[in-house]
Design a binder for this molecule. Structure first.
Ligand SMILES: NC(=O)c1ccc[n+]([C@@H]2O[C@H](COP(=O)([O-])OP(=O)(O)OC[C@H]3O[C@@H](n4cnc5c(N)ncnc54)[C@H](OP(=O)(O)O)[C@@H]3O)[C@@H](O)[C@H]2O)c1
Length: 378
């Protein structure tokens, strides 16, 4: 999320960050981003994108050789195949995210890896399997890693590499937001901003697969028509420019399409307020990102006359709340992989970048209007 820590943290900033970090480190084991693994005691090493201080990613991230810990009985040695650069990865390096690892740390929170070797007590995985992290914080921008068996979930290895690499965060966020806030039936409508984002593209496709219409709001740009066509090609019902949300044409749209029950907000500021204006009575605005870095303003009329529900969602929290029994996460991954195999869910538009060219990838990840997610290919 492009949010300074104080805007996502409702409790005292320091206390909140500490408690998140300690839970985060304890749950994930967080071995590969822990300082002890930069100690030079192991014989096996790999290349990793490391940061030793928080700051501008293109300045603080460096490609380094790091030691790998030995493969324990319940561990797997993996070769990382591909890992995207998401906004939250950037915020973590900048030191502005809600959870922060101890430093030095390895960047990246998702990606797909192939199991090379398994420890003697590993039961659920074998060499050749594809795996993705179950939680944030494993540090995926590296060529190889030793993960606990319980830190990863397997995926079928017959899905496209980029779909696997980008499955664990954005499609899961889209899936949960379309499932957990409003009971949506075929024919119902969802409105969302940042519709060309990774989350937005997953929302479009999962909604389309469920027969739900989407009104997709994007910022104007010279290639608006091209981008609009691209979003319609993956299932967007309507694509609207931010500034058109206040125009009378929206009334025409609602003659042929129901008012949305659910609004998904990845931007904040005026954009979120405009989404609220179009919600139906009693509908929900769910905020999952704050790309504009502006707070969400809720008009009094939306609360009084429409009784809208204003909620938030964080997939990391959801995964942790469901980690005691992995069945809900497994069921979601299976459903998403089935959509991928049926051709109903494709990876977001991505730019593949060799690990060595990480500077280009980090720069690209911080540019607006690119409509393409950089993915590091190891
Ligand atoms: N809460 C959660 O669990 C969760 C999970 C996943 C992601 N997220 C958050 O969701 C957001 C999107 O993530 P992503 O990986 O899908 O992003 P992404 O693929 O990198 O896309 C970024 C999106 O943000 C838009 N954007 C950038 N700067 C903007 C600005 N100043 N004003 C308005 N829009 C702007 C871009 O639109 P343009 O093309 O117009 O620049 C694009 O639609 C991030 O904030 C991320 O942290 C949250």
């Amino acid at each position: 999320m492009w949010l300074p820590l104080h805007t996502v943290c409702l409790r005292g900033q320091t206390a909140c960050r500490r408690s998140f970090v300690s839970v985060f480190l304890k749950r994930s084991g967080h071995r590969d981003a822990n300082v002890s693994h930069f100690s030079g005691r192991s014989s096996k090493s790999c290349q990793a994108l490391v940061y030793r201080t928080h700051g501008d990613p293109s300045r603080v991230i460096q490609l380094e050789n790091i030691d790998l810990p030995p493969v324990g009985a319940k561990d797997v040695l993996v070769k990382v195949l591909a890992a995207p650069i998401n906004p939250s990865d950037i915020n973590m390096i900048q030191g502005t995210y809600a959870i922060l690892p101890d430093l030095p740390a390895i960047g990246g929170n998702e990606g797909v890896a192939q199991v090379i070797e398994v420890g003697s007590l590993v039961e659920s995985l074998k060499a050749g399997d594809w795996v993705i992290p179950r939680d944030a914080g494993l540090g995926t921008w590296k060529t190889e890693a030793v993960f606990g068996e319980d830190d990863v979930s397997s995926l079928p290895n017959n899905i496209p590499l980029l779909s696997a690499a980008t499955l664990g965060v954005n499609p899961c966020t889209a899936f949960r937001m379309l499932s957990d806030f409003e009971e949506l039936k075929p024919g119902d409508t969802v409105i969302q901003n940042a519709a060309n984002s990774g989350v937005g593209q997953a929302v479009i496709q999962i909604a389309a697969a469920r027969g739900i219409k989407t009104i997709n709001v994007i910022r104007d740009r010279p290639q608006f028509a091209e981008l609009s066509e691209r979003l319609k090609a993956i299932g967007a019902s309507y694509v609207v420019k931010e500034e058109d949300l206040r125009r009378p044409e929206m009334k025409e749209l609602f003659k042929v399409c129901q008012k949305p029950k659910l609004a998904l907000n990845g931007v904040g500021g005026k954009s979120a307020t405009e989404l609220l204006r179009h919600l139906q009575f009693g509908g929900s605005l769910v905020t999952y990102g704050g790309m504009s870095k502006q707070p969400v303003t809720v008009p009094v009329s939306a609360l009084i006359f429409k009784d809208v529900k204003v909620r938030g969602f964080w997939v990391t929290r959801w995964k942790r709340d469901h980690s005691h029994d992995g069945s809900a996460f497994r069921a979601m991954l299976d459903e998403l992989c089935a959509l991928i195999q049926q051709g109903k869910l494709t990876a977001p538009a991505c730019t593949e970048v060799e690990l060595q060219d990480y500077h280009k990838a980090l720069d690209a990840a911080m540019q607006p209007f690119t409509s393409s997610k950089p993915v590091l290919i190891m």
